[in-house]
Design a protein around this ligand. Structure first.
Ligand code: BV8
Length: 255
């Protein structure tokens, strides 16, 4: 795919920005081979809706099914490597005095790409918790029951992610909304902007007069209000953004 052209005025906006907020969704990890949430119900999971697996009710109804779905996804995430989109965001972090990277993803690929401050709204699929006490459990017998049991109370274990109908971590969502309210530029990358409250963030930024940039091959409910729509895969568009900034710096002799 040829490098997308990044509008000069967007580069200018970014070069003068002090505060940048970024929201990423499953789309940024697609090029790492991690299926997006809608794709995560393909093949053997094809007859399930994600909303019917990622809920406390689904786990209560069929803990083994839900646990096995997450084990399958954990395997995919464990094999995945950060892609050029994750690396580009890690590079940009150092450039801005106030940079807030907010992710809906549970794959930890931003941290593995070198992003130091990541606001994880929906948890981490690699973490395992007691479904009753909420405490983290690091290991369990490989030949035990499925799902494995908490060594303290005997309840079933669950993944450390936020399910539909569950509250998001308060500190994370507070940080995210504060960043959306105060940023100069808001980058919205690889999300269908369908899941709340995360999907509200780019609209909050828009209402607070930030420059909103959508990076997504497909249109979303955000597209009509975005100031810029860079239609393409994050793994191509974000490196092009970094390169355009570097070229502008070289021309003017300053970052
Ligand atoms: C909450 C972790 C308060 C789990 C996820 C009724 C009852 C209860 C709640 C609600 C309700 N009605 C609405 C709600 C709120 C609900 C919600 O929003 N529902 C939706 C379905 C309408 N939200 C909640 O429940 C949240 N909690 O509100 O608590 C509360 C409590 C009780 C009662 C009321 C309120 C919790 C939401 C968090 C759910 N957990 N993940 C897990 O991973 O298993 S959400 C999960 O789905 C993902 O994290 C992601 O955020 C979301 C969407 O996934 P995808 O569609 O796959 O990914 P994405 O959206 O990012 O789309 C992919 C995009 O990438 C596409 O646009 C595609 O074009 C693009 N793309 C593809 N390739 C590329 C690309 N882009 C760039 N480059 C590419 N290469």
């Amino acid at each position: 795919m040829p490098n997308p052209t990044i509008p000069d005025e967007l580069i200018c906006r970014l070069r003068h920005a002090e505060r940048v907020a970024v929201l990423t969704g499953a789309g940024i990890s697609a090029e790492s081979g991690v299926p997006t949430f809608r794709d995560a119900v393909t093949g053997l999971w094809a007859h399930y809706r994600p909303e019917d697996l990622a809920t406390p009710e689904a786990y209560a109804r069929d803990p083994q099914l839900v646990w096995n779905w997450y084990q399958w996804r954990r395997g995919l995430v464990a094999q995945a490597q950060p892609n050029a989109g994750h690396m580009a965001l890690a590079q940009l972090e150092a450039r801005f005095p106030a940079w807030t990277l907010i992710t809906q993803n549970v794959d930890n690929l931003h941290r593995r790409a070198g992003s130091r401050h990541v606001v994880a709204l929906h948890g981490d699929i690699a973490r395992t918790l007691c479904s009753v006490e909420g405490i983290e459990v690091a290991d369990w017998p490989a030949d035990g029951p499925v799902p494995p049991r908490c060594p303290h109370c005997g309840a079933g274990l669950r993944p450390g992610v936020v399910w539909f109908g569950e509250d998001l971590p308060h500190a994370a969502i507070d940080t995210a909304f504060r960043a959306a309210e105060t940023c100069d530029v808001f980058l919205c990358v690889g999300t269908s902007t369908l899941v709340y409250p995360a999907a509200e963030l780019p609209f909050v930024a828009h209402r607070h007069r930030a420059c909103v940039v959508e990076i997504n091959p497909d249109e979303t409910p955000l597209s009509p209000v975005a100031d810029y729509r860079l239609a393409g895969p994050a793994g191509v568009v974000l490196p092009a953004l970094v390169e355009a900034l570097a070229m502008a710096d070289a021309v003017t002799g300053q970052a």
